[in-house]
Design a protein. Sequence first.
Length: 90
Amino acid sequence: MTDRHPVARVTQLTLGALLIVAAGIVGPLPGPGGIFLFAGGMVLVLRNSRGARVRFARAKRRWPRIGHAVDVAMRRRSALRRRARRKGPR
């Protein structure tokens, strides 16, 4: 985690959790709104919670195809590094 002020980190973590909850409420409505709220909430939670990152890594090991898709969709640095490593030098 980066060196952010603890209040800012807790605020972002709380906002992320609220976005995830809002995604569950907005999800049944027509349109893709819930997906974007959930993705934004996950980004905030994963950036600010070590425990969430550990659980996310375990889930990625258990379901690698879904974990890869989530990494690519969230444009995580780890997914970009793995993709560059797979392509290798040309």
